[in-house]
Design a protein around this ligand. Structure first.
Ligand code: PEP
Length: 251
């Protein structure tokens, strides 16, 4: 049985006190969830320490939104994997489309980051997904294949136990336009087939693949009912504890 996950990417939202309140509300409501659903929240770096305190003893795991591609030293403004581990992060998101688009995150850089994250004992949520031009030109399968191959094919089948993939069509992120369940399932199934080609059926069957892009309480049930969709990476709706938990109750 693969892991069902709902992960909240807070992006650059909330002050520290607001984030702590939001985390408390998520922990409180997480008691309603069935045991087979895992919750993750990914607040900004500044929030990790106080939010880790709130999450202690709860079933909600902590994630960063990014990590440095170096271990330590003269890299002003960067945050290293050991620093994330030291504040009880279990995961880091990597390759979010906003980082690819605004901060020049390349697949080559992502290989370095995934390497460091896994070596430090962090689990990785690797984001992939096409933009609207690529979708309109029918290039989405190729784009997603390249993103998966360029990064994950540099790793081993054993490494895949600590990797979650998030398919996030860029045209659906923060736009209110969600991929239809058919569109999402088609790509999820395709991603699983790529993982199977390289790492075999067992790894493919065990791989958790999340959908991200305007997922909300009103559409989560239909998306999560698809056989290859194992949960969601949630942006906007993760900023309201009620909505976030409603999404997690949609399996
Ligand atoms: C995201 O940024 O990962 C995301 C899915 O955002 P939203 O849910 O707001 O579309």
């Amino acid at each position: 049985m693969r892991k069902l996950i709902v992960a909240g990417n807070w992006k650059m939202n909330t002050t520290v006190p607001e984030g702590v309140e939001l985390a408390k509300a998520v922990v409180e409501k997480s008691a309603e969830l069935p045991a087979n659903v895992s919750l993750i929240i990914a607040p900004p770096f500044t929030h990790l320490c106080p939010v880790a305190e709130v999450l202690k003893g709860s079933k909600v795991a902590l994630s960063a939104q990014n990590c440095a591609d170096q271990t330590k030293g003269a890299y002003t403004g960067e945050v290293a994997v050991d620093m994330l581990k030291s504040v009880c992060c279990e995961y880091t998101i990597l390759g979010h489309s906003e980082r690819r688009q605004y901060y020049g995150e390349t697949d080559a850089k992502l290989v370095e980051k995934v390497k460091l994250a896994l070596a430090a004992g962090l689990k990785v949520i690797l984001c992939v997904g096409e933009n609207i031009d690529q979708r309109n030109k029918g290039e989405h399968f190729q784009v997603v294949r390249e993103q998966v191959e360029n990064v994950l094919f540099k790793f081993t089948a054993e490494d895949m136990a600590n990797v979650v993939i998030a398919y996030e069509p860029v045209w659906a992120i923060g736009t209110g336009v969600t991929a239809t369940s058919e569109q999402a399932e088609e790509i999820h199934c395709f991603i699983r087939s790529i993982i199977k080609e390289k790492f075999g059926s067992q790894v493919a069957d065990d791989m958790t693949i999340l959908y991200g892009g305007s997922c909300k309480p009103s559409n989560a049930k239909e998306l999560f009912a698809c056989p290859d969709i194992d949960g969601g990476l949630i942006g906007g709706a993760a900023l309201k504890a009620d909505d976030f938990i409603k999404i997690a109750l949609s399996f």
